[in-house]
Design a protein around this ligand. Structure first.
Ligand code: DLL
Length: 436
């Protein structure tokens, strides 16, 4: 089944024509409503009339997360405040989150894309679907929730946490679909096993997994332990949220909702456009967004694009799995974490030296973050540990990190000069999860 065959299976020529028209419109819209874009375009000596077809996209300026930060909180918003009906926010690097405002039309486009995706997974009105992404500022919970309702299936807004209750609800309500991070799916499987509940005692058959990188091995393990078929779901808050792209039953790449989000792959160093098939940084232009439209937004995600009609009948360009990032962002339990956030906390604590190490691990299917930090020499020399026990300082740093990162962190305070110094570029992160 295809939810919107007019768009999802549109002949390529027609799609490019539609994209060209929409691109002209969105460029004209931001030119007149977002000073940031008007200034950039004037500097480059281009105006909306120079953008006539989708091929003209290469003439346009790029947008980065730094641009969003510099224009915090709503400097890139194009719609008037009265038209905004919702905000979401994603983690920033050093304090400021990225705020995204949505108009009613944006939320409706988003829900429709989510319905396309759920239909591609085989979800119908007869399903009961548990949404176990976090509800709140994160786009996962509400984004999928609205899609399930738009499709007409029944939504169970479980969010994260209270996993045993969740398992009981899955069993008692005969829940057939679930959306969550792949690592939470494994944690759920573990909880189920501990409770003595086997896959044949529940009715789950479809899983929508994303918000963090995962592998084919993880897919097989989740499928076996939960007794369902697991599909990839990709998205990012700056562009919309979940469902910028989705897998179909062929599971050969993820179909991009190309009538709304135009994809490009560029070389992250030269910013030159790369041909489909080559791995590079994924860049999106929103073609229909009203709240905060973005031109050539650099996602920092590395992947490749695939042409050609898929056996499912959809004609949209597909993207391969995310193979890494061109920046240092980590995704821990679905939360975006930048080493620079940790750095800013540590620099703000007089007891700590500006020397730290992040160790990411996966313990029993849950990601953990340990931060090792050195105490300053003067504190150490002053018999610091006898005055303030190390455990108190560890607790203090952990609390501060938790409030900035929104995840719990284990902190180990170490004696001066014990964290390894490297000759060249400092190595701040050890990621032991091996998920890529
Ligand atoms: O993670 C939106 C989302 C929610 C997607 C629920 C899927 C399901 P952000 O918090 O802004 O938004 O994080 C976006 O997460 O740039 C990728 O690096 C990563 N990411 C998202 N989906 C996938 C995926 C949401 N399927 C960042 N595979 C993106 C790999 C993913 N990485």
């Amino acid at each position: 089944m295809i939810w919107n065959p007019n768009k999802e299976s549109m002949p390529r020529e027609q799609m490019r024509e539609l994209q060209g028209k929409r691109l002209h419109k969105v460029v004209d819209y931001v030119y007149h409503n977002v000073p940031f874009y008007r200034n950039k375009m004037q500097e480059m000596d281009i105006n909306p009339n120079d953008i006539r077809s989708i091929d003209d996209i290469v003439k346009l300026p790029f947008t980065t997360k730094q641009d969003l930060r510099d224009n915090y909180p709503t400097g890139l918003q194009a719609a008037p405040a009265s038209e905004i009906i919702r905000f979401h926010a994603s983690s920033g690097t050093t304090g400021n989150p990225t705020i995204v405002g949505y108009t009613r039309k944006d939320v409706s486009v988003w829900s429709e894309c989510m319905a396309r995706c759920l239909t591609a997974y085989g979800v119908t009105r007869d399903d009961v679907f548990s949404v176990a992404y976090g509800y709140g500022l994160f786009t996962g919970g509400l984004g999928v929730h609205y899609g399930v309702e738009h499709l007409g299936a029944a939504v169970l807004p479980t969010s994260t946490g209270n996993t045993e209750k969740h398992v009981r609800l899955l069993r008692d309500l005969g829940v057939t679909g679930i959306a969550c991070t792949p690592s939470y799916a494994l944690y759920l499987a573990e909880t189920m096993e501990r409770m003595g509940i086997t896959p044949d005692m529940i009715k789950l058959r479809v899983g929508a997994f994303g918000a963090e990188p995962w592998t084919e091995n993880m897919r097989q393990e989740i499928e076996r332990r939960l007794g369902l078929k697991g599909y990839n779901l990709y998205g990012l808050s700056e562009i919309m949220g979940p469902c910028v792209s989705y897998e179909c039953e062929c599971q050969n790449g993820s179909h991009i909702c190309e009538d709304h989000y135009f994809p490009e792959i560029v070389d992250p160093n030269t910013l030159e456009t790369l041909p489909h098939g080559q791995v590079g940084e994924l860049v999106f232009t929103t073609l229909t967004k009203e709240g905060m439209p973005l031109l050539r937004y650099r996602t920092r995600d590395l992947c490749s694009l695939m042409d050609g009609e898929c056996e499912c009948g959809r004609t949209s360009v597909r993207m391969g799995r995310i193979m890494g990032r061109s920046d240092d962002m980590l995704i821990i339990r679905g939360i975006n974490v930048f080493p620079s956030q940790v750095e800013s906390v540590i620099l703000g604590m007089p007891e700590c030296a500006p020397r730290f190490l992040l160790i990411v691990d996966r313990v029993g299917n849950l990601d953990t973050l340990t931060v090792e930090v050195e105490v300053r020499q003067e504190y150490f020399d002053a018999g610091f540990d006898t005055l303030t026990p190390i455990t108190d300082l560890e607790k203090k740093v952990a609390e501060k990190l938790r409030s900035v990162l929104s995840i719990s962190v284990k902190v180990k305070v170490k004696a001066p000069n014990t964290i390894e110094r490297s000759q060249g570029k400092s190595k701040f992160v050890i990621d032991n999860r091996k998920i890529q």
